[in-house]
Design a protein around this ligand. Sequence first.
Ligand code: GDP
Ligand code: MG
Length: 185
Amino acid sequence: MIVTEQNELNLTYKICIFGDSGVGKTTIVNRYLTNNFLTNIKSTLGAAIHIKYVDLDKGKATLQVWDFGGEEKFKFLISSYAQGASGGIFMFDLTNYDSLINVINWHPEFRKIARRVPLIMVGSKLDLEEKRICREEDAIDIMQLYKFHNYIECSSKTGENVELVFKDLLLRILSEQGYAQIKLI
Ligand SMILES: Nc1nc2c(ncn2[C@@H]2O[C@H](COP(=O)(O)OP(=O)(O)O)[C@@H](O)[C@H]2O)c(=O)[nH]1
Ligand SMILES: [Mg+2]
């Protein structure tokens, strides 16, 4: 934590996004950062790191958003990426049941390193209603069983709940770090 001369907080947090290739990790980060919807993004190699500044009532938070390349062959890198993480987003595609099951497979690696940090589960592509396969009840069961802190469904195409995903996680991180009274503006 850094307190500036004006007595304002400047908090920096690392947030990691995991999930199968194609669930929409890079797209949600782009939507959150730029408010654009991108198609045909190349599969992310390793991880890409993005920065987002969020205004707080008593200063600002700098979010380092780590977009993890979701391919199986990069799974061994999870533990190194998890180092120093303040929170995690585990994403699956509501139209792809395997991607939901893989949330269960991905998260123990992360938990080993970042034990107590808030983790939220995110169901993506909410706009593809007619192709939806994963039921909300199934996702909530997994959330409860594996002790995720929340479950949110969103669409990077329409933008629905995209801000909420990051706000919810940031508020949980702030609370975990002893800043429960801080508000986002
Ligand atoms: N319809 C729809 N397509 C999406 C959404 N989010 C991502 N996509 C598409 O899904 C594909 C994979 O997205 P990408 O962000 O590259 O997935 P990643 O491998 O998890 O980073 C791309 O063609 C995106 O345009 C969404 O909310 N709705
Ligand atoms: Mg990607």
